[in-house]
Ligand binder design. Structure first.
Ligand code: FMN
Length: 229
């Protein structure tokens, strides 16, 4: 009897570990559909009289061919882009925003397994990776889209460095993310805590295997929140 409980316990632990790996690596998940912001349209429409900026962080992996096979890469107009980078380009085009890429001083590995491990080391160490790019004219923007991939159920650590560096008080922050099934995890709550004086919308999350066909959904979302030009 006791042996039966021990065996069941071990099996449960193994099942949890496998599920955690699949979710963290973004593989083996049932992709989730986009999360549509419930934010009233007026709150962004009021702010959008001024300039807007699309900020993104994206690490295109080198060992896959397309997003549906599990890689974080999209081919568009002959260019190979990361998933979040592709969505950022769509938003920039549809809103007439400026574009800014968060780049780190160090380079992340291109292969999936090595990237998973490197990101885990950073998250476990609560790291603040040094950034190589900086926004000089943040004061010019009323609305800032901020896009990132979900890494280990969280924002990648460079996003923490990013939010440490700037004060978004008085601005509207519109998060967007790409993911393998976990959507934003707790990132919206985290951004609101890091930027308490900003208006942070509920944002838009896109499962990575839907990224290549996400344009219509992105445009509809932008229209709904009053940001499509
Ligand atoms: C280091 C790492 C950790 C990840 N962790 C998660 C996760 O916890 N949950 C999830 O849904 N997807 C996870 N993924 C999948 C990515 O969020 C997904 O592939 C994303 O679209 C990559 O975007 P990018 O091409 O812009 O970098 C992870 C991917 C990597 C590389």
């Amino acid at each position: 009897m006791k042996k039966g409980f021990v065996t069941a316990g071990i099996l449960a632990i193994i099942a949890c570990a496998v599920t955690a790996y699949c979710r963290a690596s973004g593989r083996g998940n049932t992709p989730a559909g986009p999360v549509v912001s419930e934010q009233p349209v007026e709150s962004v429409a009021n702010a959008s009289g001024g300039k807007s900026l699309v900020v993104y962080f994206s690490v295109p992996e080198t060992d896959g061919t397309d997003a549906s096979s599990g890689a974080s890469r999209v081919r568009s107009d002959g260019k190979v882009m990361g998933n979040t980078q592709y969505v950022a380009a769509l938003i920039r085009e549809a809103t007439g925003s400026d574009l800014f890429e968060i780049k780190t001083a160090h380079t992340y590995p291109g292969s999936h397994k090595a990237l998973i491990d490197a990101a885990k080391v950073e998250i476990d160490g609560n790291a603040r990776p040094q950034l190589a790019t900086h926004i000089d004219n943040l004061k010019d923007y009323d609305v800032v889209f901020v896009g990132f991939p979900n890494w280990w159920y969280d924002m990648p650590m460079p996003l923490y460095t990013f939010f440490d560096e700037y004060d978004f008080g008085g601005k509207t922050v519109i998060p967007f993310c790409t993911h393998g099934g976990s959507r934003f995890s707790g990132a919206i709550k985290t951004i609101r805590e890091l930027e308490p004086e900003a208006t942070v919308l509920d944002g838009y999350a896109i499962a990575r295997d839907r990224v290549p066909k996400s344009k219509d959904g992105v445009l509809k979302w932008l229209e709904r929140i009053g940001m499509k030009k």
